[in-house]
Design a protein around this ligand. Structure first.
Ligand SMILES: Nc1ncnc2c1ncn2[C@@H]1O[C@H](COP(=O)(O)OP(=O)(O)OP(=O)(O)O)[C@@H](O)[C@H]1O
Length: 943
């Protein structure tokens, strides 16, 4: 029995350990391999016992409610208590049907933090700031020091206290830990007093110090120390403070012998430019700076919400309801408050005080224009037009606060991106995700319709007309069905919502950057045409309205079109009908397009008397407009094929199939074959047999040199390889890189349609499809193996030096991709440049060429090492450092010299332990040695 219990406990502990090492992202991704530790099989492998035995114990743990499970295949088991603690949840069900269901519960809980939601704009202009604050305060250990920077009254103090509440709420600090504020400006003329108050003093430290007194650092122990107006700190004081930040120790004033230890989370705030008011050495120790936006930079809706909120606070304080006249509100809203929210708050208070004096017998306090302080009226930015001069209509604060509903746009998009991040197997099943969004879109559309205010405004009519034009352009460009009125109205509402919440895009691009990119990539892979349409529509909107809707806007446009169920199958080959007579070509094209339910044909109507050269020049003009299309079928009602051929022969870079007859029946026949995806040859051959006509084909299209990238497990990796190659090419070369379907290549080989369209000069990927085209595996490319094959592909475009740069870039960007998940505070791109420099100098100094694998490993290792040193200043443990030091003095000296810049820039020092690690990294693998310097290099085994 005791043995049974021991085994059960061991299984439970193993689950807890596994949970502790798995970051939330890994759980969200639901990757079978990484989650194996939570399955019966994974545990059976771990304990080297049978799976049945483990299942038996897991069932017992489940019956005792110590673990909960996910009834998926395989079944996952999680330790309940550890899970609740790790994700700050209040409750969990006994079982879930899928990992997704569990993750949605966590996601909901994550967004539920009460502390920051008190801040107006938490979901909009402040959302990125809040993410930064959460990251700083939650950082393991003592959190990361953080600097809040923004003009006066933007909410720095409020944000600091929200951070403190958040730390308590999430269990990062104890419930009784304190929040201690120090206003440094109060000590500007007496820095000594500041230090005495901060660090405390010993009896006798100065006259009057008749007993020991602890300082504010001690008072804030385990909690938060907020140093406000930090620009007022003298350099000497800054130095004393950063000694404490580095080592967590300080002297009390009057006792320079004893070190006292303190552990607090530090928040700094300043209204000034940090670069000019703080010592560089101080700034370097504060890895996160939060820039708070001024009131002027926030959206109209947010300002309205703030005004309502501040009046409501006053209403609560005076225990009366408050209403505000439309005019008074318009004035308040139109002012640029230099003192931001703080100043606005003062005016709200002053107006309420004045209105209380004016109050007659009415119950409610009403704020009219004459209640506003006179300075406020003077500051008014724009005149209220006479027609809108309405000091009688009163607005209810509740109604004003309802503006929050407008941030539905934010909520809508947040829910899309969150569902996306937790959607299982989205890479292989993106269409299922797109369909699953229909319900949310429907709900959002309902909300948009509910918004009465904008419905008939002149702005909304303007946006509607603009979108109608944009859709006409797009429908014609892509040969699509027309967008219906109703669809245009819905989309114009969406765009109106963007106009009212211009900052939303930023909120997402900061916080859900990765999800945005991945979602767009998948749209591009699964729905290439819809993707191009969405990108074009978004670009035209941005251009016309000077409104940046960004990537989130593109995703919205795509999802809306998907919801409208537009089957965006472009007619691959545009057809052109050219006929003489008023409207003849147009009416044939219109009838046929209608019958085919898609725009397949364009029409060129020619005046009856126009001669042949005019027809051809109109056709030429038309072809020029259709940039991007390389194949056309032309139906023309005059001239012999030979003549037409002679005139058009030199139209460059397009293939034309010409048939010199025009009739509705023939057009319908050709149109349906175009929609069936047939080639020009097939279409014209078939059409001529069925309709007994002659045709001619002009093949002038230049085939673009192309490299295909492939991966047998899916197009996602092929796309990554393609973008890696594109990114790494040292100069623009005339080669197209196209990610392509491995299965299609390996089954149909060179009969695949891609070979008709492009001149494939090589294939790069994970596996050779073996179709007789030059193939390089991605490893060979990185390791520069089979140089002859690489040269065969790239030599016409790059010289030898450029090929070396290309290879170095490939390794760099490949490692960078890998690094993205590891680095928290460092800017990956910047650090990669520094590390690239270090690796180059190491190779030069050691006179060794590292293999690609070592270079990639070093990229990741050194970047992480620098970040580790910045954050906790702790080096990795290395056994026998002394022995290493004695044996490798030269190597240590070399590394020290090479790292000097990094040490200076990031204010870190690379300890010998870390140097020993780098040494091991380089020498425990076979190295290609060039003139190896025996004195500085020993074998790894000798360490
Ligand atoms: N986003 C917000 N939502 C609600 N109230 C806010 C917000 N921002 C600021 N306030 C309120 O505005 C007032 C001024 O804010 P706060 O004192 O935090 O600004 P500050 O940036 O610290 O100013 P200063 O630099 O002058 O110290 C406070 O009463 C605060 O509660």
């Amino acid at each position: 029995m005791a043995q049974e219990n021991q085994m059960k406990k061991a299984i439970y502990d193993a689950l807890c350990i596994e949970l502790g090492i798995q970051p939330i992202q890994v759980l969200k991704e639901g990757n079978r391999e990484t989650l194996k530790g939570f399955t019966a099989q994974g545990l059976a492998d771990h304990f080297q016992v049978s799976r049945n035995l483990i299942s038996h114990y897991l069932n017992q743990l489940f019956a005792q409610d110590l673990v909960f499970k996910i009834d998926s295949r395989p079944v996952y088991y999680f330790p309940r208590k550890a899970f609740l603690e790790q994700f700050h949840l209040e409750a969990l069900s006994r079982s879930y049907t899928s990992l997704l269901e569990l993750m949605e519960e966590i996601t909901l809980a994550e967004g539920r933090s009460a502390s920051f939601s008190l801040m107006i704009g938490a979901n909009e202009s402040l959302s990125y700031c809040i993410e930064q604050c959460k990251a700083a305060i939650s950082y393991p250990g003592q959190g990361l020091p953080i600097l809040l920077n923004g003009p006066t009254g933007t909410g720095k103090s409020m944000l600091a206290s929200c951070m403190y509440e958040y730390a308590k709420e999430t269990g990062r600090i104890q419930p009784d830990a304190r929040f201690v504020t120090v206003n440094c400006a109060e000590y500007a003329n007496n820095p000594e007093l500041l230090l005495t108050n901060l660090f405390g003093y010993k009896k006798g430290a100065y006259t009057g110090a008749d007993k020991d007194r602890q300082g504010l650092i001690a008072a804030a122990e385990g909690g938060v120390l907020f140093l406000d107006e930090v620009h007022a700190l003298k350099p000497e004081s800054q130095e004393k403070i950063f000694l404490f930040m580095d080592k967590g120790i300080y002297h009390m004033v009057g006792d320079n012998d004893t070190w006292y230890e303190g552990s607090v989370r530090m928040i700094f705030a300043t209204t000034e430019d940090p670069k000019t008011c703080l010592l560089k050495t101080m700034l370097r120790r504060i890895p996160i700076t939060v820039k708070l936006p001024s009131l002027k930079q926030r959206s109209r809706a947010e300002k309205k919400e703030l005004i309502a909120y501040l009046f409501k606070r006053e209403a609560k304080a005076i225990h009366q309801s408050i209403r505000i006249s439309k005019l008074a509100y318009q004035v308040m809203e139109s002012v640029d408050y230099l003192g931001n929210v703080g100043e606005l708050k003062n005016y709200v208070k002053a107006s309420v005080a004045k209105a209380l004096l004016h109050r007659g017998d009415t119950q409610d306090v009403e704020i009219h224009i004459y209640d506003l302080p006179s300075e406020l009226l003077d500051m008014q930015r724009r005149e209220v037009p006479q027609a809108q001069f309405d000091d009688h209509t009163m607005i209810d604060l509740e109604v004003m606060e309802d503006e929050k509903r407008n941030s539905q746009l934010y909520q809508f998009n947040l829910s899309i991106l969150r569902s996306f991040s937790t959607f299982p197997n989205k890479e292989s099943n993106f269409p299922a995700f797109a369909y699953s969004m229909h319900e949310r879109i429907e709900q959002y559309i309902d909300d948009l319709y509910y918004s009465e205010e904008e419905k008939d405004s002149p702005n909304s009519k303007f946006v509607y007309n603009l979108l109608s034009n944009i859709f006409q352009i797009i429908a014609s460009k892509y040969h699509l069905e027309k967008v219906s009125n109703n669809e245009t109205i819905i989309l114009s509402r969406l765009i109106m919502d963007y106009l009212n919440h211009a900052t939303i895009r930023k909120a997402f691009s900061h916080t859900l950057n990765q999800e945005l990119n991945q979602c767009l990539e998948l749209i591009k892979t699964y729905y290439p045409l819809d993707y191009s349409v969405a990108v074009d529509v978004a670009a035209l909107i941005e251009d016309a309205l000077h409104l940046h809707i960004g990537r989130i806007g593109q995703i919205n446009v795509f999802l809306f079109f998907h919801y409208f169920d537009r089957d965006m199958k472009k007619a691959a080959i545009p057809g052109i009908i050219i006929a003489h007579g008023y409207n003849i070509a147009s009416s044939i094209a219109e009838v046929v397009n209608q019958l085919l339910n898609r725009k397949v044909f364009d029409a060129i109507d020619m005046p009856i008397e126009s001669d042949f050269t005019l027809v051809v020049s109109r056709l030429r003009e038309y072809l020029l407009q259709k940039e991007g299309c390389r194949e056309f079928i032309v139906m023309v009602d005059m001239g012999s094929l030979e003549d037409i051929y002679a005139y058009l022969e030199n139209v460059s870079n397009v293939d034309l199939g010409i048939i010199n007859n025009v009739s509705t029946k023939l057009a319908l026949d050709i149109g349906s074959m175009i929609l069936d995806g047939n080639s020009i040859d097939q279409i014209l051959e078939e059409a001529s047999i069925r309709n007994q006509h002659r045709y001619k084909i002009i093949s002038n299209r230049k085939k673009q040199n192309t490299i295909l990238t492939v991966c047998e497990t899916g197009i996602g990796t092929a796309e990554k390889i393609a973008s890696l190659i594109e990114q790494s090419l040292p100069q623009a070369v005339d080669i197209k890189i196209i990610p392509y379907d491995y299965a299609s290549l390996s089954t149909i080989g060179i009969h695949d349609p891609i070979f008709q369209k492009c001149n494939v000069i090589g294939i790069v990927g994970t596996k050779d499809p073996q179709i007789g085209i030059c193939f390089i595996s991605i490893e060979e490319l990185l390791e520069q193996k089979h140089l002859d094959t690489i040269l065969a592909i790239f030599a016409p475009y790059l010289d030898e030096k450029q090929i070396t740069v290309f290879n170095e870039n490939m390794i760099k960007y490949f490692s960078m991709d890998h690094l993205l998940g590891y680095l928290t505070i460092l800017d990956t791109e910047k650090i990669m440049d520094s590390v690239q420099d270090i690796i180059a100098k190491l190779q030069k100094g050691l006179q060794i060429v590292f293999p690609a694998g070592v270079v990639m490993g070093l990229y990741v290792h050194i970047a992480c090492l620098i970040e580790r040193l910045i954050i906790d200043k702790q080096a990795v443990y290395y056994e026998d450092v002394d022995k290493f030091t004695a044996a490798h003095l030269d190597f240590i000296k070399l590394v020290k010299t090479i790292f000097a810049d990094v040490e200076r820039i990031y204010n870190v020092e690379i300890p010998v332990n870390e140097i020993a690690y780098i040494y091991a990294y380089i020498y425990h693998r076979p190295v290609k040695s060039v003139n190896r310097n025996e004195n500085s290099v020993n074998d790894f085994e000798n360490l």
